[in-house]
Design a protein around this ligand. Structure first.
Ligand SMILES: [Zn+2]
Length: 421
């Protein structure tokens, strides 16, 4: 295995900062071995007070802090960065070598002191967050750090955000929180949480860098890698899926056929139905197997635990747990549908962006090389304004769904706007 930061594509500045922080964190641990009172300097108002009262001279924790936010567009590698940083913190050499047990178990997801919260539903609830905060306060079993990674921290409910804030405001001395969010906009992350964290902005990696990693890490042929990297618009995971999964390619082709199919009102409604149903089918395929496995596992566990003390209480508990599982699965299915639909809309936006750049004769490489001729024909017919209006219709649809407009209604409105121009 190579260095833990190797898969963080096109993020040199962020990687340099994280390396410095990991080295500083290792220095804190070394200092702690002699003076028995290692602590991090907290960011934000509390941190200023603390650092003001801290003894002068060399401060081993200067490059490190206990709460971080990784921001960037989807696919830029927020969670990859958080996990790599966690590995560097747990690395016995303090560098993220990729070879030691600390690096290995963190990257493999089995380190006892690294917890990863991946919300499966539309939000992360307060119960989940309280349990996490409680466990995060315990002494790290490996003697280094307790690391909590929260993917999609923008999906925290308000109550869950408050529970997290309390922990970040008064952090246990060896606990590090790593949050991932699209941006530090107040819609994504509360201002108070933001003020306590150091922000690591990630950028959309350039297509060439994405293609390079597909070739090096996944062994994909260079020409396929280049096409997939451009089509995925900087989303590393999406690029890999397009390069490897024929079904993903077929779904993308169906989406890019939409502009051709919009020949009238009826066709617009048909196209809306097709897009929604494709997203539903894709989502169902992705969650059905997990749903069945989870339910079977829970039923087995409940059956085994049903005997013994308090049979009536156990029965009540069982019904509650099954109901809780169903609720969670439903929420996950909804999320999967929205994600699938959003991927389709991003592909469609790429097509109209191509038409717009061609109408403007901008010296920019097209997103979808395989539909470039079609986008060129659109550019001639619609001109720059018409192309821009269509691109805006797609973006408005994404925004409406994000704001909880029923997906079918938002997509129908978009298709009509695309047809009318
Ligand atoms: Zn290591």
């Amino acid at each position: 295995m190579t260095d833990v930061f190797a898969d963080l594509v096109g993020q040199d500045e962020a990687v340099a900062e994280l390396r410095r922080a990991a080295a500083a964190a290792a220095a804190v641990l070394r200092a702690g071995a002699t003076d028995r009172a290692p602590a991090l300097i907290a960011a934000g108002p509390t941190g200023d007070e603390k650092s003001a009262s801290a003894a002068g001279g060399m401060d081993p924790s200067a490059g490190m802090t206990h709460a971080w936010i990784f921001t960037g567009p989807p696919g830029s590698g927020r969670s990859v960065a958080a996990r790599a940083f966690a590995a560097a913190l747990q690395c016995v050499h303090g560098t993220g070598c990729g070879d030691c047990p600390g690096c290995h178990t963190t990257m493999g997801g089995t380190h006892a002191d690294v917890r990863m919260v991946v919300p499966e539903g539309l939000s992360i609830g307060v119960g989940e967050m309280r349990a996490l905060v409680l466990r995060a306060a315990s002494t790290p079993s490996g003697g280094r750090w307790q690391v909590v990674i929260i993917e999609d921290a923008d999906r925290l409910t308000e109550a869950a955000g408050n529970a997290l804030l309390k922990a970040i405001e008064e952090p246990p001395p060896r606990t590090v929180f790593l949050l991932c969010a699209p941006s530090t906009h107040p819609d994504d992350i509360s201002v108070t949480i933001r003020s306590r964290c150091r922000v690591v902005p990630l950028r959309q990696p350039p297509a060439a860098a994405v293609a390079e990693v597909l070739v090096r890490r996944d062994g994909i042929a260079p020409d396929v890698a280049q096409w997939a990297a451009a089509a995925a618009q900087g989303h590393v995971g999406r690029a890999r899926r397009l390069a490897r999964d024929p079904d993903a390619r077929k779904r993308r082709e169906a989406v890019l056929a939409v502009p051709r199919r919009l020949t009238g009102v009826g066709a617009a409604f048909d196209a809306a139905s097709a897009l929604i149903e494709a997203a539903e089918a894709e989502a169902e395929a992705s969650v059905t197997e997990a749903d069945t496995t989870e339910r079977a596992a829970l039923e087995t566990a409940l059956g085994a635990g049903g005997t013994g003390r308090g049979a009536a209480g156990a029965m009540r508990g069982a019904a509650g747990q099954l109901k809780e599982l169903e609720k969670r699965q439903k929420s996950r299915a909804t999320r999967a549908q929205r994600d699938a639909l959003d991927r389709a809309l991003v592909d469609l936006a790429g097509f109209y962006r191509d038409a717009l750049t061609m109408a403007l004769r901008a010296p920019v490489a097209p997103v979808h090389t395989d539909t470039a001729a079609l986008a060129g024909a659109g550019a001639q017919k619609w001109d720059a304004e018409g192309s821009l209006r269509r691109l805006e219709a797609v973006l408005a649809c994404r925004a409406a769904i994000e704001a909880n407009v029923k997906p079918r209604i938002a997509v129908e409105a978009m298709m009509l706007a695309l047809w009318k121009g």
